[in-house]
Design a protein. Structure first.
Length: 305
């Protein structure tokens, strides 16, 4: 490339970067049409130098995909994100949105392929390793799922989602002992999760591995109990009766659990909790009345930026 052509390329990139920044600012102000115009203009200015501007064009396609999604056009958003990852395979935010969009459409095999491509890069992100596990699980390949979640924990041993999802994968394979281990690790990381409250209750009950009661201030069981009695009306799911396993003499917790179950029309469960609490000397819930509960968490798209 001649010196004159190099200068022209540098000017085109500088102009595109300026348009990109303005587009981002407009999007943050809620001016989506103005942002789209800036991004489209930036791409047009780079057409002459496609081979030399792949990275910046990938980034702009990613932003355009986000704009389409904010405007309610998910198919166009997916198309733009796919353009972005074809130009720059390491653009993980765009890749995550592709995976999430395909998964939402039920295209789990294709979503898994994108996740595996992203995770083949050096230092894969924990979030995408978890997404790979989720897609394996959606395809009923639980061994594949466990491997992906385990890799996520190697990258970040304190990942709540990786511990929780690995526990669920073990649970799906009837492997309750390792499931309990990872649910407990998840509870240590985030003792305020209602999903962990319920999961621990069910698996401890099924394995009869209650352990020695620990009522110290920072113990998971105590923190779970404290959380369960706070802001109950704001919780999305009822508290499982087996949370009382360590707390049958806690009248406040008993009332909260009964109210929680009753509000969800789970009358039988509420009655079972009451009967279990009568046998306080056992410090155990009624083992004959445990409703099984599925555990799940909700993925979300990456933030716009």
């Amino acid at each position: 490339m001649t010196e004159e052509a190099e200068e022209e390329l540098a000017e085109a990139i500088q102009l595109a970067q300026g348009l990109e920044v303005r587009g981002v600012n407009l999007a943050n102000e809620g001016k989506l049409n103005g942002a789209m115009e800036e991004f489209r203009t930036a791409l047009k200015g780079l057409e002459k130098f496609k081979r030399r501007t792949k990275l910046i064009r990938a980034r702009i396609h990613y932003f355009i995909g986000n704009l389409h999604t904010l405007q309610g056009d998910l198919p166009k958003g997916l198309q733009e994100w796919q353009k972005a990852v074809r130009l720059d395979a390491s653009l993980t935010d765009a890749r995550m949105n592709v995976i999430k969009s395909l998964s939402d459409q039920g295209k789990h095999a294709e979503a898994l392929r994108h996740a595996q491509l992203a995770n083949s890069q050096p230092s894969p992100r924990v979030e995408i390793l978890v997404m790979e596990g989720d897609e394996c699980k959606a395809l009923r390949n639980f061994t594949c799922a466990k491997l992906a979640y385990a890799r996520a924990l190697q990258a970040n041993p304190r990942s709540f989602t990786a511990h929780f999802q690995l526990a669920v994968a073990h649970r799906d394979l009837m492997e309750d002992v390792p499931a309990l281990h990872h649910f407990e690790r998840a509870a240590e990381i985030d003792p305020t999760s209602s999903s962990v409250v319920n999961a621990l209750a069910v698996v401890r009950g099924d394995t009869c591995q209650w352990g020695d009661p620990d009522f110290s201030e920072n113990s998971p069981t105590n923190l779970l109990s404290v959380f369960a009695t706070r802001d109950i009306h704001d919780k999305a799911s009822p508290i499982h009766p087996l949370l009382l396993a360590y707390h049958l003499d806690n009248a406040t917790l008993l009332r909260v659990v009964v109210d929680s179950q009753a509000r969800e029309a789970a009358r039988d469960a509420a009655v079972s909790v009451g009967h279990a609490a009568i046998q306080q000397h056992t410090n155990r819930p009624d083992p004959h009345a445990r409703p099984r509960k599925m555990f799940s968490y909700k993925n979300t798209f990456s933030a716009f930026w």
